[in-house]
Design a protein around this ligand. Structure first.
Ligand code: ZN
Length: 368
């Protein structure tokens, strides 16, 4: 395995424009990954994702392990062929599913007990097993198994989560064959974040994720912890902030030094009728759009904007037609990809502060 998977091309302040070199291709950063938890970015086929400019997606190895199961995915030689997306795939370990109570039975020193959603069978997910699952899926980047503790727990509980996250990271790293990222925990406690960062970064993962944030804590606390956490990570390795994805949050994260983002933001919003446009977010279900014979966004080159009007998509959403969900999802993903292109360009041109202000102006408009 190669040591250097990340090249930084240009910087402005703490922001970096770089490239990740992965088995299924290069990925320019800062990158936004659409979420394909169960092996699909909801409503969008792989060929569309590639055409929309999506360079990497994230899926969830635990969900795929339960359903359809590794026996099925191995018939395809891995997740890329299974879901028809041949660019890099990132996979999460299942640590985050600790927060999903219908899944979780309990956390022990040796791993996490989950209940399979398909047959109710109790499964112990160990770090070694998580590494093997992600190897079998053929993930370009695998996340180490971590203990993602809910927000608001006692400091003692967070301390235990940090301790187990370190133990599991070590066991995971020993077993995983490909590229892997370590995850920093520590909740909102700076001293615990420092301990976790020094222990996890000593294991020399190819990149690092700041975990356990964006899980219900107040926004400003999240930003404070994030800002204090980034200097604890090595400068030359990629940094991933899990679960943050609104355009403004992304620019703010990039200005703090984050390289990789993922979120259900564009597709979940689409399913609620929200389209992102160069004039801000619009709720296409509102009656004012029923007779607008213009595209969702005049500046967009996606198929939804090239072939259809606001009036037609308004009609589809009012009728709960599946095509409406597809067109809005397609458009929002394309919007995010173009947004990331402009963001990387703003770093090259030393104008990320202006880009931040422009984004703020567009997305604070109340024109939905
Ligand atoms: Zn569009």
């Amino acid at each position: 395995m190669r040591d250097e998977i990340f090249t930084i091309l240009s910087r402005q302040g703490k922001s970096r424009h770089g490239v990740l070199h992965l088995p299924h291709g290069d990925v320019e950063t800062p990158v936004f990954m659409p979420v394909a938890t169960k092996g699909t970015v909801k409503t969008i086929p792989g060929w569309d994702l590639e055409k929309l400019g999506v360079s990497m997606i994230i899926s969830n190895s635990l969900h795929l392990y339960f359903r359809p199961g590794l026996d099925i995915i191995s018939l395809f030689g891995g997740i890329h062929e299974f879901m028809g997306f041949r660019k890099p795939v990132f996979t999460d370990s299942g640590g985050f599913q600790i927060l999903k109570e219908h899944f979780l039975i309990g956390v022990r020193d040796e791993g996490i007990y989950f209940r399979s959603p398909s047959d109710g069978v109790k499964v112990l997910l160990t770090p070694g097993m998580s590494a093997s699952i992600q190897d079998s899926l053929g993930s370009d980047i695998a996340m180490a198994l971590d203990y993602c503790i809910p927000y608001g727990k006692s400091k003692r509980s967070v301390e235990r989560a940090v301790k187990l996250t370190t133990k599991w990271a070590r066991e995971f790293k020993e077993k995983r064959k490909g590229i892997s990222f370590g995850i920093i925990q520590g909740g909102v406690y700076q001293d615990l974040r420092e301990i976790s960062s020094s222990q996890i970064t000593s294991m020399d993962f190819e990149g690092y994720a700041i975990g356990g944030l964006s899980i219900g804590e107040p926004r400003e606390i999240m930003y404070k912890v994030l800002e204090d956490s980034i200097p604890l990570l090595p400068e030359e390795k990629p940094r991933y902030f899990m679960g943050l994805g609104s355009p403004l949050d992304i620019v703010r994260g990039v200005m703090m030094g984050i390289d990789i983002f993922d979120s259900v933001f564009p597709t979940r919003n689409a399913r609620h009728g929200i389209a992102f446009t160069s004039e801000g977010a619009i709720d296409i279900r509102k009656s004012k759009y029923r007779d607008q014979i213009i595209p969702l966004d005049r500046d967009c080159d996606c198929h939804a904007c090239r072939y259809y009007t606001r009036a037609y998509i308004h009609h589809l959403m009012k009728e709960n037609e599946l095509l409406g969900l597809y067109l809005l999802s397609l458009h929002n993903i394309r919007f995010m990809m173009k947004f990331m292109d402009s963001l990387r360009d703003s770093i090259d041109k030393n104008r990320i502060e202006d880009f931040y202000q422009e984004t703020k102006e567009i997305f604070s408009k109340k024109n939905v």
